[in-house]
Design a protein around this ligand. Structure first.
Ligand code: SAJ
Length: 417
């Protein structure tokens, strides 16, 4: 049996994306030798040049520091380490079925390197049961680990879900409480001794299944609450009531806190994770499923509203303000604003002026469409007939009301009401 708490001299972080890279950099800053492994050669090159390949507050300076002092090194191959921290994407496939290919590949890649006593941590968001399954995949490739006692004896494994918000990742990685779900108690204790090196929040220990479902429950909770706000916005619109005022007043109740309606839920977490619960318990998750349907239906409702508004012009110019999936970030993944803009552009009846202060060029699926131009906020406000506010970026919030007087406004975020 290996000792309960050991010192960690090295960590191999598998997957250097929005979570893996900041996590790798924080552990490196604490003095541990960190090896980052990513399959994308460009990502690895950028990091080794001392830069972050993603936009995140304060990340560039941190990466520059830990690359220049040699505590973080990136490569397109994993290396042997005391800890393997897996932080790879878990998207869904057809029919919203979880796609665990990246985790399987990560295990395939580290399997030859795992030594007795090592700790394997899954940070990726996963369906219930995946951490245990991961151990089976590893032991299939390494029967010697199984013979030596398997998980909890020969090696340790835990699920420690990330919970950080883009734009605040470096702060929240340190300050948020963590859930640590071990395959055994000893696995959880060992993972805790790792996180305590950098985390200032509290670490709560549990089993891996509970940790897996807890993470999914957090994001499903938010999805359901956003769906409620979105549904209210449709009801209010039908009844000619200002939804922003409605929510403001309802929230004066001491136990009510309705979220903000919008054009739908984007990103790679809240729009995906609830489906993992649905997949695990389809009969018992009607509320979670309905919330997904409500939120996924929002872009179409907004498209309809914009088209109705544009119908009174011959060849209307429509300004689409914002493409990102939420405010003040450059991330366009699964963005409802992008879906809406693409749909309007494809109709050819409109001239689309896109304003997105966080990007320098249009994504290829928009730049290939002739009637779409990336333009300045000033220009769009000057010439557009219809202004569709799709993302509540800070520069949009600062627009003077005078510039909007003779325009038709579809404000999906309620920032100008
Ligand atoms: N949104 C609304 N109305 C709101 C709040 C959000 O329409 O009142 C929309 C946003 O515009 C965006 C989407 O929802 O399109 C998701 O944005 P978000 O800020 O709610 O969440 P994410 O996806 O950036 O991060 C979430 C967080 N989870 C929770 O707040 C429960 C974060 O803590 C997780 O770490 C992250 O998912 C993740 O990686 O799982």
């Amino acid at each position: 049996m290996i000792s309960e708490v050991s010192t960690f001299k090295s960590i191999c972080v598998v997957g250097l994306g929005y979570i893996g890279l900041p996590t790798a950099a924080l552990f490196a800053k604490s003095g541990i030798q960190v090896h980052g492994y990513d399959i994308n050669a460009n990502t690895v090159k950028t990091i080794n040049e001392g830069q972050a390949h993603i936009q995140e507050v304060d990340l560039d300076g941190l990466i520059q520091g830990v690359i220049s002092n040699g505590l973080l090194k990136a490569a397109t191959k994993p290396v042997s380490a005391d800890v393997y921290l897996i932080s790879v994407p878990t998207p869904f496939k057809e029919n919203h079925k979880p796609d665990l290919t990246y985790i399987k590949n990560a295990i395939r890649d580290i399997a030859p390197l795992v030594k007795e006593g090592d700790l394997i941590i899954l940070e990726s968001t996963i369906p219930p049961g995946t951490t245990k399954e991961m151990c089976h995949w590893l032991e299939e490739k390494r029967p010697d680990l199984k013979k030596a006692g398997g998980v909890g004896i020969a090696y340790h494994a835990a699920h420690c879900p990330e919970r950080v918000l883009p734009g605040r990742i470096l702060i929240e990685l340190v300050q948020n409480d963590r859930i640590i779900g071990g395959i055994t108690n000893q696995c959880a204790e060992k993972a805790r001794s790792l996180y305590e090196i950098v985390v200032r929040g509290e670490c709560f220990l549990t089993n891996s299944q509970t940790a897996e479902l807890a993470k999914l429950s957090e994001n499903a909770f938010r999805d359901i609450n956003i769906a409620y706000a979105n549904e209210l916005s449709l009801i209010a619109s039908q009844l000619d009531i200002d939804v922003k005022e409605l929510i403001h007043l309802a929230n004066k109740h001491p136990r009510v806190n309705i979220l903000n309606p919008g054009p739908g839920v984007g990103g790679h977490c809240i729009a995906v994770d609830p489906w993992f619960i649905v997949d695990a318990a389809p009969e018992n998750s009607p509320l979670i499923q309905t919330a997904r349907v409500v939120n996924d239906g929002m872009p179409q409702k907004i498209i309809q509203k914009i088209e109705n508004a544009a119908a009174k012009f011959k060849k209307p110019q429509i300004a689409c303000l914002g493409l990102a999936f939420k405010a003040d970030i450059d991330d366009l993944r699964s963005s409802p604003a992008l879906t809406i803009t693409k749909s309007l552009a494809s109709k050819n009846d409109f001239e689309i002026l896109v304003v997105e202060p966080n990007i320098n060029e249009l994504p290829s699926n928009l730049s290939s469409i002739e009637n779409v131009t990336l333009t300045s906020l000033k220009q769009a406000l000057k010439t557009a007939d219809v202004i569709a506010l799709l993302v509540d970026h800070t520069p949009f919030k600062r627009v003077s009301k005078n510039l909007l007087l003779d325009k038709i406004i579809i404000d999906t975020r309620g920032i100008w009401s």
